[in-house]
Design a protein around this ligand. Structure first.
Ligand code: HEM
Length: 509
């Protein structure tokens, strides 16, 4: 009896031992097979940092490193060239850092589609245009595009003026309360951009507290997205669902949905109220005449809602551009003065008159400063795409299924295109100096069929906001060595904010 028991025990031990030996053997066999696969062979032919088994380059890529984009977009490009590969664990990523290579990839939809990483955003963005691909995306883009025609901009310039004047007044109040004190301007600029998008896209003014809550939830949601992309184990839905991040993300998404649903409800009610008011005050013939106008106004609003309220790019990209612009002109008072001289000439010294549609193209020097800001600090520093077919790039074959990251930041900091690339030189964008530059050398709004639909809207918004701010207040730095470290995320945010001294602009004597 005892010997039978000990036999069973030794059989059990042997079984456990053999499982422990077989499992690693199977894993090693599969790793060996995978490492000799066509995909791995093709990818390892591309230059890139030395990868550890299993971990790949995970240890080299610290998302909390404030020089992340400088490392990937400048130093690694110098070391490995304009196309290099990295391994996020077993996942290969190919980085593109030259205008020519990015042009080949983005000029047509035939090579790539949105990366599957964007699916982490689906709980919030659902099937909005940003998330869709193929014919679904084409149809949505066709519907949304007319909302961005320049003829609609008349409806928005009043809002840009009103909200940026409010922002200037807030700065003036701060100057009076705390003269000569450095303040973080990022918060006020985010508020200004959000006020604008809320009213143009959502067609109404929302309570400050509601917007604040919306902003905080959006910020946290984007941070969670970035963490999932950079930590491969969190890309696995099963692991992610068990993590506390998932619960936090659900809470943010619920709050975001509650906000936009309320906006949609309020808008419907507003439309009904408008129609009723019309019927109360005007005869039927007038109502019939006005109906198309009203309907088209609301159709624009609907399109903008579709385009922007359900995707963060609308306010986030513009607000970071505003913050970096103020950072740069505060560091370069001589350029700030040239912008103010231009404003004085266009507005004939009038510091109160709202900006008109006709003024906007006259702000030529300011436009060069905005472009130089977007070159140095592109609000969207890179994209993520998935290849849908094998592609030949720079003599390397990149197999279908691989994730490609075109880094705009790298192209914008390429010394062959922009000599002395870290210097702020708006004159790079004077027409005579931009002639002959590669069409993909400056692409803050991306390029090709999936480029930014809000590009003209955003440029106009930025110009109107700065025209109203800079005629009333001026910005300077308290610490000339102020850090320009950026937070890694969907947009390139100043990591430590932008602390500037704001003072009232004195009239010329
Ligand atoms: C400085 C401001 C802005 C910058 C730098 C910017 C940049 C970009 C970039 C790089 C993309 C491509 C994203 C991708 O393919 O993954 C994009 C897409 C888009 N942007 Fe903007 N954007 C700005 C402002 C705006 C504004 C204000 C709106 C709307 C009011 C807007 C609406 C859109 C839309 C609808 C798309 C998606 C286009 C598509 O998928 O076909 N953007 N933007």
């Amino acid at each position: 009896m005892l010997s039978a028991l000990s036999n069973v025990k030794s059989l059990q031990t042997e079984t456990i031992l053999s499982v422990w030996l077989i499992l690693p053997a199977i894993a090693i066999f599969y790793y060996w097979k995978w490492s000799r696969s066509r995909t791995v062979r093709l990818l390892n032919a591309i230059p890139g940092p030395k990868a550890l088994p299993v971990l790949g380059n995970l240890l080299d890529l610290n998302v909390y490193n404030e020089d992340f984009y400088k490392d990937m977009g400048i130093d690694w490009v110098k070391m490995y060239g304009p196309i290099y590969r990295i391994w996020l664990g077993p996942r290969p990523i190919v980085i593109l850092a030259s205008a020519e290579l990015v042009q080949k990839l983005l000029s047509s939809s035939k090579y790539c589609t949105q990366s599957s990483d964007y699916s982490h955003l689906s709980s919030w963005l659902g099937n909005s245009m940003f998330m869709t691909t193929g014919t679904h995306w084409k149809n949505r883009r066709r519907i949304v595009r007319p909302g961005f025609h320049t003829q609609n901009f008349d409806s928005f310039i009043d809002i840009f003026n009103e909200k940026s004047s409010m922002c200037a007044e807030e700065f003036e109040r701060i100057v009076e309360a705390k003269p000569d004190t450095a303040i973080d301007v990022t918060h006020l600029m985010t508020k200004c951009a959000l006020n604008i998008i809320c009213e143009t896209a959502m067609g109404q003014t929302k309570q400050e507290t509601e917007k604040e809550v919306y902003l905080n939830n959006m910020e946290r949601f984007c941070q969670i997205f970035t963490e999932r992309v950079h930590r491969p184990w969190l890309s696995n839905d099963w692991i992610y669902k068990m993590s506390s991040l998932r619960r936090e993300c659900d809470r943010c998404v619920n709050a975001l949905h509650a906000f936009t649903n309320k906006v949609a409800r309020d808008r419907r009610e507003m439309l009904e109220r408008c129609t009723n008011n019309y019927s109360d005050h005007f005869p039927n013939s007038v109502i019939e005449d006005e109906k198309p106008h009203l309907t088209s106004r609301f159709a624009i609003v609907d399109r903008l809602i579709e385009a922007s309220s359900r995707q963060m790019k609308g306010y986030d990209t513009t607000s970071v551009a505003m913050a970096w612009f103020l950072y740069l002109i505060a560091k370069h008072p001589e350029n700030q003065q040239l912008i103010v001289d231009e404003l004085d000439s266009v507005f004939s010294g009038n510091r109160e008159r709202p900006c008109t549609i006709q003024d906007v193209p006259e702000l030529k020097y300011m436009e060069c400063c905005i472009k130089e800001t977007l070159r140095l600090y592109p609000s969207v520093p890179s994209l993520m795409r998935k290849l849908i077919q094998d592609v030949e790039l720079d003599g390397y074959t990149i197999p279908a299924g691989v994730t490609i990251i075109p880094i705009f930041y790298a192209i914008h900091h390429n010394p062959c295109i922009y000599p002395d690339p870290e210097a702020f030189k708006p004159e790079r964008f004077f027409p005579e100096n931009s002639n002959g530059r590669h069409p993909f050398a400056f692409i803050p709004f991306s390029a090709g069929p999936r480029n930014c639909l809000g590009q003209k809207y955003a440029m106009m918004e930025l110009k109107v906001v700065f025209a109203n701010l800079l005629r009333r207040v001026q910005f300077s730095v308290s610490d000339p060595a102020m850090s320009d470290a950026a937070e890694i995320g969907m947009t390139l945010k100043p990591k430590y904010g932008v602390r500037l001294i704001v003072s009232k602009r004195l009239n010329k004597v």
